[in-house]
Design a protein around this ligand. Structure first.
Ligand code: NAI
Ligand code: MG
Length: 359
């Protein structure tokens, strides 16, 4: 049975790295005999906005809702359209409407990439950040009072629900159970935030009773950020609320080198709606059009997508292909300039697709 993938390149280098991701996915599909059916969409881009006055067509929910997954590039061209319009009008609509309540980011130091953390080798850093993606600190509950006076007050509430917390914890515990270290770290701040964070801790405690094989620890978010930098080898699966997860999921990939290789997934684990796979980087207007963008983040997104669609082996083969080419180094492989090489986007994409094909 074929699986249907909606391809949305968006803006800037999204248009350059998406074709490389598809090339790699097609190599994996041939090797593992998968049927992937790609369909391209030009909306969720600033050019679409300039032509139509909106980022998405009116019926986007119907157009995209039936797909098995969304492979997304990047959105935003601040010189053409302000970011709050382009991002809120597209990506954030997808995440919310398709109830992608898990934001998943692997933080893995790849061979051949120098970590900004001194002395770290591949193998030292290999963990996931699991961020709650729909509630928590990012609620729109609150308001402003006595505006313009000395007594001005602003309030914004945190909303945590039992269902909302339990579903992200369950996902994180399940992920930890599938990994060899079986370790889960929870980000908290119950010493300072005295109602919601103790509740989060309570839910972690209760969930952990269903997973006796998982080694669970927790850190306050302040020391946790320090430990990401000082002891990244301590972590395996790190689960956090929306705000804490937002911070950790930028810090984690930053510890593993160039932004060009980092992928992320916005997941609806029940497959009620399509999940969305996008690199961490944006549209990079400063390098767009020169064929030097690193396609690895977008290719790795393809690997995460295959895993989500039930093709673990094919996803792993894509990751192995990326690692093999990176390990070859810039003498042997056409690495892009951000990796210290002189290769182009398409040459690097082709080398990775070949590595995936040849296993
Ligand atoms: P950016 O991630 O696009 O670029 C930051 C820096 O990293 C630039 O110097 C760029 O050249 C470099 N870079 C990024 N990706 C690269 C790659 N694959 N290979 C080599 N170098 C790479 O972030 P920036 O410049 O802050 O944002 C540009 C636009 O992208 C804005 O409109 C922003 O809102 C949007 N954006 C969109 C995101 C998304 O679609 N999820 C995420 C981040 C930014
Ligand atoms: Mg962020």
């Amino acid at each position: 049975m074929s699986q249907r993938i909606a391809v949305i390149p968006g803006d800037g280098i999204g248009n350059e790295v998406i074709p490389e991701s598809i090339r790699a996915l097609e190599a994996a599909a041939r090797r593992f005999d998968l049927q992937l059916d790609f369909r391209h969409f030009d909306f969720a881009s600033c050019d679409y906005y300039l032509n139509h006055g909106r980022m998405l067509p009116e019926d986007w929910k119907e157009q995209l809702g039936g797909f098995d997954a969304l492979l997304f590039g990047a959105v935003g061209m601040p010189e053409k359209v302000p970011d709050h319009i382009s991002l809120w009008g597209s990506l954030l609509q997808f995440r919310r409407h398709f109830d992608q309540y898990i934001n998943l980011r692997p933080c893995k130091l790849m061979p051949g990439i120098r970590s900004p953390l001194a002395g770290r080798e591949p193998g030292d850093i290999d963990f996931y950040v699991v961020r709650e993606n729909t509630e928590g600190e990012y609620s729109s509950v609150g308001g402003k009072m006595f505006e313009g006076t000395e007594r001005e007050v602003v309030i914004q509430d945190t909303v945590m629900t039992r269902i909302g917390i339990d579903r992200v914890l369950k996902y994180a515990f399940e992920l930890a159970s599938r990994r060899p270290r079986r370790k889960l770290t929870s980000a908290t701040k119950s010493n300072g935030i005295s109602i919601t964070m103790p509740y989060w801790d309570e839910r972690v405690q209760e969930m952990s009773e269903h997973y006796p094989n998982i080694d669970v620890d927790k850190f306050h978010i302040d020391i946790l950020t320090a430990n990401f930098v000082l002891h990244p080898d301590w972590f395996d699966v790190v689960v956090a609320s929306n705000l804490f997860g937002d911070i950790l999921s930028d810090l984690g990939p930053a510890c593993t080198g160039t932004i060009g290789v980092a992928p992320s997934a916005n997941i609806n684990p029940e497959h009620r709606f399509p999940s969305l796979f996008e690199p961490v980087h944006g549209s990079a207007p400063d390098i767009y059009g020169r064929n030097i963008a690193n396609p690895i983040g977008q290719i790795w997104c393809g690997a995460m997508m295959l895993e989500h669609l039930g093709h673990e082996k094919a996803g792993q083969a894509m990751l192995d292909g990326i690692e093999a080419v990176l390990a070859a180094g810039s003498d042997q492989a056409p690495l892009t300039p951000d990796l210290g090489g002189q290769g182009t986007t398409s040459e690097l994409g082709e080398a990775i697709a070949d590595a995936i094909r040849d296993g």
